[in-house]
Design a binder for this molecule. Structure first.
Ligand SMILES: NC(=O)c1ccc[n+]([C@@H]2O[C@H](COP(=O)([O-])OP(=O)(O)OC[C@H]3O[C@@H](n4cnc5c(N)ncnc54)[C@H](OP(=O)(O)O)[C@@H]3O)[C@@H](O)[C@H]2O)c1
Length: 229
């Protein structure tokens, strides 16, 4: 089994790489070639047991890489934030440029590779191509891109992903604590499904669910928080 992980340097990406390597899956961890921390990532990801790939984010180059690697799964675990986009000097609709733009490249490359790998797409609860929120709108459109790529796919829609991050993200932790508290209350009142769907998750729980969905016989399905435990 070979897995290609896009977004391997992220909170969820690193844990997915770690778990794939522990399971003995040949794991190719993609790091953007212009990463300021490329050498650091090479070391960290190699320590986990992964091979590091720095193919440029461009459909033809990425299709050739996918053809050569012949992975059974391509994990798409990418996305930007306001602070990351600022550091990348991105302007305009940052989610359209990164979350949607890079997903389009990955999906197009997977299709063009002609080896039909399964796309395992990390989306978000509330993703909707008609949403007013730029983030949820871009995520919704990215899901459409994944679904129509002409290769097998699964989409995961978790709620907030929390835990000890290197870059802090106080707002995310606060939202997780407050949201989980409200959901616990809803659970007591009988809203158990609601609680299971929307309560926060952690990278280890999510990575393990993504790998399970990536390797399960069924595909072409969207999974929400209930299925991601
Ligand atoms: N955090 C949450 O609560 C939450 C909840 C639901 C869904 N999600 C979705 O899940 C995705 C992954 O979550 P995460 O917490 O693992 O995110 P993360 O830690 O911010 O990682 C994002 C990944 O995307 C890459 N990336 C960002 N901007 C890029 C660019 N301009 N060019 C190339 N690569 C770029 C990063 O690479 P570098 O390291 O090189 O920047 C990193 O590998 C998110 O993007 C989000 O949309 C998140």
């Amino acid at each position: 089994m070979t897995a290609y992980v896009l977004g391997a340097t992220g909170f969820v990406g690193r844990e997915t790489v770690r778990q794939l390597c522990v399971r003995g899956t040949k794991t190719i961890a993609h790091v953007r070639p212009d990463s300021k921390k490329l050498e650091e990532w090479r070391g960290k990801l190699a320590e986990l047991g992964a091979e590091v790939d720095t193919t440029v984010w461009e459909p033809v180059a990425m299709a050739a890489k996918i053809r050569a690697l012949a992975p059974q799964q391509i994990y798409i675990l990418i996305g930007t934030t306001r602070s990351k986009a600022k550091a990348d000097s991105l302007e305009g609709n940052i989610y359209e440029a990164v979350d949607l733009g890079l997903t389009k490249i990955a999906a197009e490359a997977a299709r063009a590779s002609e080896i039909k790998p399964r796309l395992v797409y990390l989306s978000s609860v509330g993703a909707d191509p008609t949403a007013r929120s730029a983030y949820l709108n871009a995520r919704g459109r990215a899901e459409e891109v994944v679904k129509t790529a002409g290769v097998p796919w699964v989409i995961a829609r978790p709620s907030i992903i929390t835990g000890e991050r290197e870059d802090g993200r106080f707002g995310e932790r606060t939202a997780a604590v407050v949201g989980d508290g409200l959901l616990a209350f809803a659970g007591v009142l009988g809203g158990k499904k609601l609680r299971a769907r929307y309560r926060s998750t952690t990278p280890d729980v999510l990575a393990s669910a993504l790998i399970r969905l990536g390797e399960a016989p069924e595909h072409d399905r969207v999974f929400d928080g209930i299925d991601l435990r």
